[in-house]
Design a protein around this ligand. Structure first.
Ligand SMILES: Nc1ncnc2c1ncn2[C@@H]1O[C@H](COP(=O)(O)OP(=O)(O)O)[C@@H](O)[C@H]1O
Ligand SMILES: [Mg+2]
Length: 386
């Protein structure tokens, strides 16, 4: 292997910029390919495993037969003024089993995947498969992850629309950018993913907005109407109540991704324990109870803190205590709350209600049990009485 290319790869890694790293890796792989070392070239691409892989690394994927290599990164549309790219095209490796879904959503997504797999057969018979999906719901509940899972299950690339490039400061340019994106995906077997969809699909009667937004939404509607059935459109928003009413009709199905229920939390926690805390005996039930009300993203972040705590404090894997879990939970939940404040005591009281013994709370906070009991009893009742 060329030393120069390896140095570039290491430099790219150190820069922390993923796309530079991908480019350096592809250069190295192409160089090996040119030298006839196909298996090394392939191993290099395969070794690069993240949730998303760049389009250019798809030569070993079945869809490469569908002229994707010809499509090339060079043809990616750009904003005229800023020259920022309007989409990132990636291959997803996420599977539906990676997403903790409630039963109903799991069924709906499976049905969509089945229809999309048979899209060509259905289209030949004049039937359009479900190909316009809208994910709604609070942040961190798996909308982006589910979109990636749909693409991963189907083995089709995803064109992620980049809002920084799309939304132009120049009048009329945003509409032109929308047209360019739809033009780009038109003849491709691809998922078009519009994340933070409300940014371009807001109600046109919003009095704070100028005429530009109206034109953007109208352009979007026109392009949605003209979009061929071969394109799989997925949009996601945390603010579905802001969407223009005319937008809703353009989707076959809208899916609300809510805070994970108990069963979903068990799934997220068990997966994390298996992947990052294997060998540690941890009571998953306690964590399931304590993460009630958290989003999937918050649960993952809590689990990461727990894993860090176990490693940094050299916690005995056979003896992870309630104290360890409660300690991490408290730090996580009261990150921006000062100790001894009402919020802090409320969090401790929550732990107590969920079965954490008073002596454990005393140990992790240094506050005597008697003071804690007194403060818990003093907690403000919902009607404002003490
Ligand atoms: N339902 C879920 N199942 C598994 N992991 C989840 C779920 N929801 C969130 N996560 C975790 O949180 C991260 C962020 O979720 P994301 O899909 O970006 O949320 P959203 O798009 O709804 O804001 C995911 O990458 C995943 O690690
Ligand atoms: Mg998202």
């Amino acid at each position: 292997m060329k030393a120069g290319l390896i140095v570039k790869l290491i430099e790219a890694h150190s820069s922390g910029n993923e796309s530079i790293f991908e480019k350096a890796l592809l250069d190295l792989s192409s160089d090996e390919e040119r030298k006839g070392n196909s298996s090394i070239a392939l191993s290099l691409k395969k070794a690069y495993s993240s949730d998303k892989k760049p389009l250019a690394s798809l030569s070993d994927s079945p869809i490469s037969n569908m002229s994707y290599s010809a499509q090339g990164i060079a043809s990616i549309p750009k904003d005229k003024d800023s020259t920022l790219e309007l989409v990132d095209v990636m291959q997803s490796t996420v599977k539906l089993s990676d997403v903790a879904l409630n039963e109903k959503t799991f069924e709906v997504l499976n049905q969509i995947i089945d229809e999309q797999k048979k899209a060509a057969d259905l289209l030949r018979k004049g039937i359009t498969p479900t190909n316009r999906v809208l994910f709604c719901g609070p942040p961190g509940c798996g909308k982006t992850l589910a979109a990636n899972a749909l693409a991963g299950e189907l083995g089709i690339p995803v064109a992620y629309v980049k809002l920084d490039g799309l939304i132009s400061s120049y009048l009329g340019q945003t509409g032109t950018n929308i047209r360019k994106i739809f033009e780009f995906v038109k003849n491709k077997r691809i998922m078009l993913f519009l994340d933070e969809f409300d940014a371009i699909a807001k109600k046109r009667d919003d009095s704070h907005e100028l005429g530009e937004l109206k034109r953007v939404v109208t352009t979007l509607l026109q392009n949605l109407d003209a979009m061929p059935a071969s394109v799989f459109l997925v949009a996601a928003t945390n603010h579905h109540h802001l969407l223009d009413p005319a937008i809703w009709r353009r989707f076959d199905v809208s899916i609300l991704m809510e805070l994970p229920n108990q069963q979903q939390r068990v799934m997220i926690i068990s997966k994390f324990l298996k992947e990052c805390l294997e060998g540690y005996s941890i009571d998953a039930n306690v964590i399931t109870v304590l993460t009630d009300g958290m989003s999937g993203a918050q649960i993952c972040s809590f689990m990461q803190s727990l894993a860090k705590h176990c490693v940094m404090n050299e916690v005995d894997p056979d003896n992870v205590l309630m104290e360890d879990i409660a300690n991490v939970w408290l730090k996580h939940t009261t990150l921006f709350v000062s100790e001894n404040s009402e919020g802090y005591i409320k969090a401790l009281s929550e732990l107590s209600k969920n079965g954490v013994p008073m002596r454990t709370l005393e140990k992790i906070t240094g506050i005597p049990k008697s003071t804690l009991s007194y403060r818990f009893n003093k907690e403000v009742k919902p009607d404002g009485r003490e």
